[in-house]
Design a protein around this ligand. Sequence first.
Ligand code: MEV
Length: 328
Amino acid sequence: MNNSKHEAISSAPAKVILFGEHFVVYHNPAIVAAINKRIHVHAEVNNMPSISIKSGQKSLNIPTASNDNFIQVYDKTTTFLYPIFKCVKHVLSEKEKQTIGINLHINSEIPYGEGLGSSAASCVATIAALYSLFSNRDKHQIYNTAKIMEQNIHTNSSGVDCYVSTFGGIVDFEPNKGFSKIETAKKFSVLIGTTGVKHSTGEVVSQVKLFREKNLSHFKELSSKASMICTKARKAMDEGNELELGSLFTENQKLLSMLGVSHPLIEKLIERCINNGALGAKLTGAGRGGAIIALLPTDKNKEIADRISRESGKWMLVEFDHDGVAIG
Ligand code: MEV
């Protein structure tokens, strides 16, 4: 291989949607942040013409040249790995390297299927490692390819997850302006709680599509309220107003409940956060399970996080990531 390496490493961050999930699919604003939980990928060229992927106990080994019909025989345990395989295959075909094999080792700190962007981060990190093998480290190209691959996973993907995982930071998406980074006046403290109920983003997005088709005027009303929340949230972030930001989390959650994407466990975790001193809380990502985020007062964040997590469940006090994808 000319101008290419034998091995490469990369990592990409998970994300939380702070405001605007689901509505963003219909060209409404959203505010999304990368967090300090990552997926790490090690890629190496192998001597066999096959793509082998290992992540914990899960593994997949498919001849590079196989077509989709062959791949259909793989069972559901490969749900997480199959999109990664597609990313590898896509880059090999883009680089006209369909005859070589690749070994991929994945190590993830991101819970899978909990709305924290594990699928986007795995696409971004895999594409970055593969491009790096062929001496391409351009973040815009990584994002563009990851967005196409994410759309294979769920057709109505807005692309916000891939964007924030590639570029990092707190990102504002506005339909007519695209993406821009938000610099906040102070450090905000976000606690993540996971329900343990796995969801398929594609399925929840399809359910919302049906809701929208059946209740178009109600959906438009909810969308315009969600847009207003994003405008107020940008201002609260600029001003470092955590009280306002917290109450906007809770307001956004009410809209998501009306959209039908909440879940009894989400409501339970939110209630626990509020009762223990959180300034506001909401589901994050697709919902119907997955994770919630709570905004904690920064000066008492550890104490409140301890109280909330003492009873049960999986909780993580996270920091925002400002780097995005890292390529070795
Ligand atoms: C999923 O993390 C966020 C959704 O808005 C879908 C998307 O934006 O593609 C539910």
